[in-house]
Design a protein around this ligand. Structure first.
Ligand code: NDP
Length: 249
C-alpha cells in the first residue's frame, strides 16, 4: 500500500497551504503526481512543490483562479499536456467572508459562491473529460459541517458548502458507470490559516468540550480520508457525505 497512487495524476485546488497542502503532500507521498493549484501566493505554492520534490515525488504548479472558466480550461490542459490525464480531483479551494445576513454585501455572497461552488463546478467539468476517457476517476470535494447544519454569520459559506454536497451527489449519479466516484468530506474544526492558525482562546474551551476526541483537527486528518476515498479500496464508495470532526456534538 506504500505507493498506491503510483502512476496516478492528482489536481488539488487551493493546495498552497492549509488542508489542501496536507492533501497534496499525502497524495504525493503515496506516489501520485500532483498539480498544486492556488490563486495568488507563489512563495507558499513553491514551498509545497519543493517539499514534494525533496521527498522524491513529482509535482507542478498550476496557478489559476478557479472562478474563471477560461483559466480553469487552460490549467487542466496544461496538466494533461504534461501528464496526459487527471485521475484524482480534490476540490478543496475555499474562502470565507463571514457576516450576518442583514449586513452582507452582494460581493460577499458572490465571491464565496463563485470560489466554493462555481470553482468546483468548473474544475470538475474540465477534469472529467480525461476521467471519462480513461474509465477511472476520483472526485473528492471538501465541504464543511456548515454545509450540513448552517452557521450563524455564514449564510454565504453555508449555502456554498450545502450546494457542494448536492453537486457531489449529482455528479456521482452522472459518472458512476465510468468507474468514477464522487464523494464529499465535511471537516469540523481544522487548524489552518482560514481558522486563524488556532481558534480564539476564549472559544477554545467551549469548542473542545463539544469534541469527544478532545482536540482540533489538522490537515493530515483530512488528507488521510481523502487518500482513502481516492484509492482503489474505496471503489464502491460514491455519493457519500463523510464528516471528519472528532465526533463533534
Ligand atoms: P486556507 O485559507 O488555509 O487555504 C485556502 C486555499 O485556497 C489557498 O491555497 C488559496 O490560495 C486557495 N484559493 C482561494 N481562492 C482561490 C481561487 N479563487 N482559485 C484558486 N485557489 C484559491 O483554507 P483551509 O485550508 O482552512 O480550507 C480548505 C478547505 O477546507 C476550504 O474549502 C474550506 O472551506 C474547507 N474547510 C475548512 C475548515 C477549517 O476548519 N479549516 C473546516 C471546514 C471546511 P491563495 O492563497 O493563493 O489564494
Amino acid at each position: 500500500m506504500d505507493k498506491e497512487f503510483e502512476g496516478k495524476v492528482s489536481l488539488v485546488t487551493g493546495s498552497s497551504r492549509g488542508i489542501g497542502k496536507g492533501i497534496a503532500l499525502k497524495l504525493a507521498s503515496l506516489g501520485s503526481k500532483v498539480a498544486i493549484n492556488y490563486r495568488s501566493n507563489d512563495d507558499e505554492a513553491a514551498k509545497v512543490l519543493s517539499d514534494i520534490e525533496h521527498g522524491g515525488g513529482e509535482a507542478m504548479l498550476a496557478k489559476c483562479d478557479i472562478t474563471d472558466s477560461k483559466s480553469v480550461k487552460a490549467m487542466t490542459r496544461e496538466i494533461t499536456d504534461k501528464w496526459e490525464k487527471i485521475d484524482i480531483l480534490v476540490n478543496n479551494a475555499g474562502i470565507v467572508k463571514d457576516t450576518l445576513l442583514l449586513r452582507m454585501r452582494d460581493n460577499d455572497w458572490d465571491d464565496v459562491l463563485n470560489t466554493n461552488l462555481r470553482g468546483a463546478y468548473l474544475c470538475t467539468k474540465f477534469a472529467l473529460r480525461t476521467m471519462m476517457d480513461n474509465f477511472w476517476g476520483r472526485i473528492v470535494n471538501i465541504s464543511s459541517l456548515a454545509g450540513i447544519t448552517g452557521n450563524m454569520g455564514q449564510a454565504n459559506y453555508s449555502a456554498s458548502k450545502g450546494g457542494l454536497i448536492a453537486f457531489t451527489k449529482a455528479v456521482a449519479r452522472e459518472v458512476g458507470s465510468r468507474n468514477i466516484t464522487s464523494n464529499v468530506i465535511c471537516p469540523g474544526y481544522i487548524v489552518t490559516e482560514m481558522t486563524g492558525g488556532a481558534f480564539a482562546e476564549d472559544m477554545q474551551k467551549e469548542l473542545l468540550a463539544r469534541i469527544p476526541v478532545s482536540r482540533f483537527g489538522n490537515p493530515e486528518d483530512v488528507a488521510n480520508l481523502v487518500a482513502f476515498l481516492a484509492s482503489e479500496r474505496a471503489s464502491y464508495v460514491s455519493a457519500q457525505v463523510i464528516s471528519i470532526d472528532g465526533g463533534l456534538i
